[in-house]
Structure formats: structure tokens, C-alpha cells
Design a protein around this ligand. Structure first.
Ligand SMILES: [Zn+2]
Length: 171
């Protein structure tokens, strides 16, 4: 598989921190000196493929790296950003939580103007999203080692299904 991030995890280039699940590395294509990628060590393309526990670890690590940037680089702010899917600007096929050090007038434009959305569109969005929030309060338990050994056909079908589901969003 051709993944620049997995490659960098392997050769440890610019790696600032590493543990069982997470690697923090200097961005190979930074917006500023000290731009850091927090990534799951296992190759995962988009956020929803990452277990809750590891998402939690990623954000905890991002906060600590952000604190390190404040301390060491004297930056005035940080942006924590995930470009989740192609339309969101995702370039790598490995999910990345960016920690971007910010200074006043640094020329990086992440600001947006609020749009005028009519009430009907707003309430439609509210209803539609609410219909799909049953899992929001659920924290996935860590998966135990599988007891049942899956038949090869069963695994293949499941993979096919996931491929289809994710195909359109994956860069
Ligand atoms: Zn990768």
C-alpha cells in the first residue's frame, strides 16, 4: 500500500512522540513551523473507521502537543483540524488530526463568513440529524480478542460492504 504517513511512521522521520496506538510527527507539508500530524499508527482512512478509544487518545495527545507548541514556540493559538473526506480537503489517505500553531496575521485563512440559511432548511437539517443520533452517547467498548473464528466468505462479504459504503468519501 502506498501511504506517505505509514511510510513516515515506519522510517520515524520527524516523529515527536509514539506509543502503541498513536504517532505525532512533524507535517511533511506544513502550514507553519511546528505543524504536527497526530495519526493512528494503524492505517485508517477516515475518522469513522477509528475506534472511540483511539479518537479519545488522538485528541488528548493533540492537546498536549498544542500545549508544547505554546510553551516551546511561543505561539498565540492553535487550530485542531481534521479534513474528514475529499470535499473537506483531505489529501492523504490516512486520517490526520492537524495541530496548527497560529500567530496573529500569519496569513493562514481558516475563517468563514456565516451563511444565511432559511428556517425550513435549518429545521429539516435538525430533524434529519436527530434521526441518526442514537449512537452519539454510546462509547464503543474496546474489542475483546475474537472468540469465534470467522469463515473466509463471511469476512470477504463484510469487507465488500464496507468498501461500498466508504468508496465515495475516501480520497
Ligand atoms: Zn497510512
Amino acid at each position: 500500500m502506498n501511504c506517505e504517513i505509514c511510510e513516515q511512521i515506519k522510517n520515524k522521520k520527524g516523529v515527536l512522540y509514539q506509543d502503541k496506538n498513536i504517532t505525532a510527527m512533524l507535517a511533511p507539508k506544513p502550514t507553519a513551523a511546528g505543524h504536527v500530524y497526530i495519526v493512528p499508527k494503524k492505517h485508517v482512512t477516515i475518522l469513522e473507521q477509528i475506534p472511540d478509544k483511539i479518537i479519545g487518545e488522538m485528541f488528548a495527545k493533540a492537546n498536549k502537543i498544542s500545549m508544547a507548541c505554546f510553551e516551546s514556540l511561543g505561539v498565540q493559538g492553535t487550530n485542531l483540524l481534521i479534513q474528514n473526506g475529499l470535499p473537506a480537503g483531505q489529501h492523504h489517505n490516512h486520517c490526520i488530526l492537524h495541530v496548527i500553531p497560529r500567530r496573529e496575521n500569519d496569513g493562514l485563512n481558516l475563517a468563514w463568513q456565516p451563511k444565511q440559511i432559511n428556517e425550513e432548511e435549518m429545521s429539516t437539517a435538525e430533524i434529519k440529524i436527530k434521526e441518526n443520533t442514537s449512537q452519539v452517547g454510546v462509547f464503543e467498548k474496546e474489542k475483546q480478542k475474537p472468540i469465534k473464528i470467522k469463515e473466509p466468505e463471511e469476512i470477504k462479504d463484510k469487507e465488500k460492504e464496507e468498501d461500498y459504503r466508504l468508496k465515495e468519501r475516501i480520497p
